[in-house]
Write a protein that binds this ligand. Sequence first.
Ligand code: KG4
Ligand code: ZN
Length: 341
Amino acid sequence: MAEPITILAIESSCDDTSAAVLKNHKVLSNVVATQKIHKEFGGVVPELASRAHQQNIIPVVDFAINEAGVSKKDFDAIAYTKGPGLLGSLLVGGSFAKGFSAGLEIPLIEVSHMQAHILVHQIDGNNAENSKPKFPFLCLTVSGGHTQIVRIDSPLKMEVIGTTLDDAAGEAFDKVAKILGLPYPGGPLVDKYASKGNKLKYLFPKSRVDKLNFSFSGLKTAFLYFIRQEIKENINFIDENLYDICASIQHTIVSTLLDKLQKAAFETGISEIAIAGGVSANSSLRAALQKLGTENNWTIFIPKFEYCTDNAAMIGIVGMYKYKEKKFAPLTSKPEARLSF
Ligand code: KG4
Ligand code: ZN
């Protein structure tokens, strides 16, 4: 039997500093330090994010190595997020990875954050059933920065077949939450309040965009005007109707996403369907996808919560595939804020 491969993975693209250790497809540790500093500013402040990464990176890596019960000499390679993301944040993880690679004389592996969100589905224990999608499968990747429908033909062969033309779904959740006066990131709070509300109380316009693409900026504007108008008539409108407002706007976002996913499944004839990214933690999206899957005879893959939002285990699994194909990067490797697939 082949020797197991041990990889250290680093993720620092936005406001989570994360390190993970993987042995083949098994996650031995996956440590995430979420930066709280951005809460008071209502969004991620890039300069503060990179400073916090700088403070967190060594303790987080140290913790991940200890928790995994391995030592530095066990590593076969180090994988890091090359992009997309905030450049200052990416540079911290990237510089660390290069130093580690040079110091230990082990290969350096560049990973695309968006491919990584998708390949969590190849991690052992990726979901409650530990079931893995068969290729080709479709993945709706919904995060704070992206909304994509991706066709995955093999672990490293993927194609974006639909994308947002403006705001990402997570951004829509966060902007709506901000209008409601909720702290950043608002997505999880909208989800929480929505569970107690009536999703059909208020109707919001669904954008009509060509092909498999999305648009969420019009919804955000419509929502802002709606709230302004209602507040003119009742200053306590938000407080008195928070649950119904959250449920209704969440319903609009989720059904917009699933309409396009259904169209993609129909057009491609693919029935292995996955979701990934921070917004895949949304309880309404998870439940609605289950239902749609049953109705359409799809096999559904929903990641465990710890693999929805940003984490380094997802970077490690891509690293594992690239290691097997000897896709290594030189020490001149540098992060790219707008890295495409
Ligand atoms: O993937 P992620 O951790 O970071 C990026 O790569 O962007 O996604 C973060 C996004 C944020 O917009 C956050 O509000 C959203 O995911 N999010 C949620 C939920 N949990 C996280 N949105 C809706 N419902 C949730 N439960
Ligand atoms: Zn992400």
